[in-house]
Design a binder for this molecule. Structure first.
Ligand code: CP
Ligand code: NVA
Length: 312
């Protein structure tokens, strides 16, 4: 049952808007259908019955690891956890050969990797679906959960305004791609030294996306329905640059004053893990506008949509 063209979920610019929408709709339905059931109770629809997902982690994870595992079980499948360093990858076996070998054992592969090229190489050589569980460049599963969360709180995201304040990192790359695909406005405030990768911005703009990049957090949050931020030091950023990053990003801390300058009833989002007192103040992340734990929960539901789509 080896697909000639497996359906990968690598980045939001490579999945058609109609597919992103159908993933979001199926995620929403599955969440509603669970209606307070215990986590160990399987879903009534089990599209992944008998399927096995290998999860490769070259970096730490709490949410991605647990939510993929639980999602597979609830949909009838199972997972296999591979820590990058414990496999032959850690001794230099190629990604291509690893892809060919794993494709003979498992039905899909999720990878969290230090190097985006590991993801694309894996997808190129695997004959089973490959899913991006975060790279240095992007984090598409996170933004599927975030869009789902936005829509639960604020209604359809099309035409709405999302602000990003802080580091122009992997998470914002996926937000940029989502803005183009799902047609919402994105306003990014970041220090010029930590701007998002130009490729993502150029691609989104070529698609007609409405995106601005500014150095002024107040300009970015004006009339925004949602204010987003993320850690100032991502996994893989060198320890030596941490102090410099803190200095550059200090003016971009999301605090009550900045939230008050956003649109009426704006929500606060963060993919977690968070560093209270750094990228945002305690009153913001633990306050009434914060939906960060809904985002974390929705990783589970959104990834069910992604997993089921990969096998459709
Ligand atoms: N948001 C997120 O991906 O969290 P983990 O690093 O815990 O997986
Ligand atoms: N930007 C963060 C996201 C963690 C989920 C990182 O890459 O470490």
């Amino acid at each position: 049952t080896r697909a000639a063209n497996p359906r990968h979920f690598l980045d939001l610019d490579g999945v058609a808007p109609v597919d992103l929408r159908s993933i979001l709709e199926s995620s929403k339905k599955r969440k509603q259908a669970r209606n307070g059931k215990g986590q160990a109770v399987p879903d009534s629809d089990r599209p992944l019955d008998g399927r096995l997902l290998a999860m490769i982690f070259e970096k730490p994870s709490t949410r991605t690891r647990v939510s993929f595992d639980v999602a597979m079980r609830q949909l009838g499948g199972e997972t296999l956890l591979l820590n990058g360093g414990d496999t032959q990858l850690g001794r230099g076996e190629t990604i291509a050969d690893t892809a060919r070998v794993l494709s003979r054992y498992v039905d899909a592969i999720m990878i969290r990797t230090t190097d985006h090229e590991h993801l694309t190489e894996l997808a190129e050589h695997a004959t089973v679906p490959v899913i991006n569980g975060l790279t240095n460049r992007s984090h598409p599963c996170q933004i599927m959960a975030d869009v789902m969360t936005f829509e639960e709180h604020k209604g359809p995201i099309k035409g709405r305004r999302v602000a990003w304040v802080g580091d122009g990192n992997n998470v914002v790359t996926s937000w940029i791609q989502a803005a183009a695909q799902l047609e919402f406005e994105l306003r990014i405030a970041c220090p010029p030294e930590l701007s998002p990768v130009p490729e993502a911005l150029d691609w989104a703009k070529s698609k007609g996306a409405s995106i601005i990049v500014t150095t002024d957090p107040f300009e970015a949050v004006k009339d925004a329905d949602c204010v987003n931020t993320d850690t100032w030091v991502s996994m893989g950023d060198s320890v030596e640059t941490a102090a410099r990053r803190h200095n550059l990003l200090a003016p971009y801390q999301v605090d009550a004053r900045l939230m008050a300058a956003a649109g009426k009833d704006a929500i606060f989002m963060h993919c977690l893990p968070a560093h209270r007192g750094e990228e945002m103040t305690v009153d913001v992340i633990d306050g009434p506008a914060s939906v960060v734990f809904d985002e974390a929960e929705n990783r589970l539901h959104a990834q069910k949509g992604v997993l089921a789509w990969c096998f459709q």
